[in-house]
Design a protein. Structure first.
Length: 136
C-alpha cells in the first residue's frame, strides 16, 4: 500500500524500480538534516551482515565502530574471506570507512603435521625475497 515502509522506501517507490510517483529519481538514503546513525546501531548491523553472509566465517572477527568508522580485527581462513568481509561491511548504512585489520590464518597439513601460518603484517604487500631476514 502507498506509504508503507519496506527497507526504508515506500512500496510505491519500490515497485517502480527506485523512481517516485512522477518518474523522479528516488531519494532513498537521504535522511533528515543532522541525522547520524549511532555507532552501536552500525555495529549491530555490521555483526548481523557478517553473520548472515554464507561465504564468511565471522566467528573470529571483532567489530568496533567509532564515528561511523568500522574496524575489523581478528582472523579469517583466507584472503577471499578478508576481502569479502570488507566488501560486505562497506556498503552498509552509516558506515563511513572500513579499516580491515583482519589477519589470514590457514591450517595446512605438511608431512602429516598440522601447521598454522600467519602472514606478518610487516611483509604484507612486499614481493617475495624483500624481507630483511632473507637477504644475503
Amino acid at each position: 500500500m502507498y506509504g508503507e515502509s519496506f527497507q526504508g522506501g515506500s512500496s510505491y517507490t519500490m515497485q517502480r524500480g527506485g523512481y517516485g510517483a512522477r518518474g523522479q529519481q528516488s531519494h532513498r538514503g537521504k535522511g533528515p538534516s543532522g541525522y547520524t546513525r549511532s555507532d552501536e546501531r552500525i555495529r549491530e548491523t555490521v555483526c548481523e551482515a557478517l553473520t548472515e553472509d554464507h561465504n564468511i566465517d565471522a566467528s573470529h572477527i571483532d567489530v568496533t565502530v567509532k564515528n561511523g568508522e568500522v574496524v575489523l580485527s581478528g582472523t579469517v581462513d583466507d584472503r577471499m574471506q578478508k576481502r569479502m568481509a570488507e566488501d560486505c561491511v562497506e556498503q552498509l548504512p552509516g558506515v563511513k570507512d572500513v579499516q580491515n585489520q583482519l589477519r589470514v590464518t590457514s591450517d595446512r597439513k605438511t608431512s602429516g603435521k598440522e601447521v598454522t601460518t600467519k602472514e606478518p603484517e610487516s611483509q604484507m604487500g612486499q614481493p617475495m625475497g624483500q624481507d630483511k631476514r632473507h637477504r644475503a
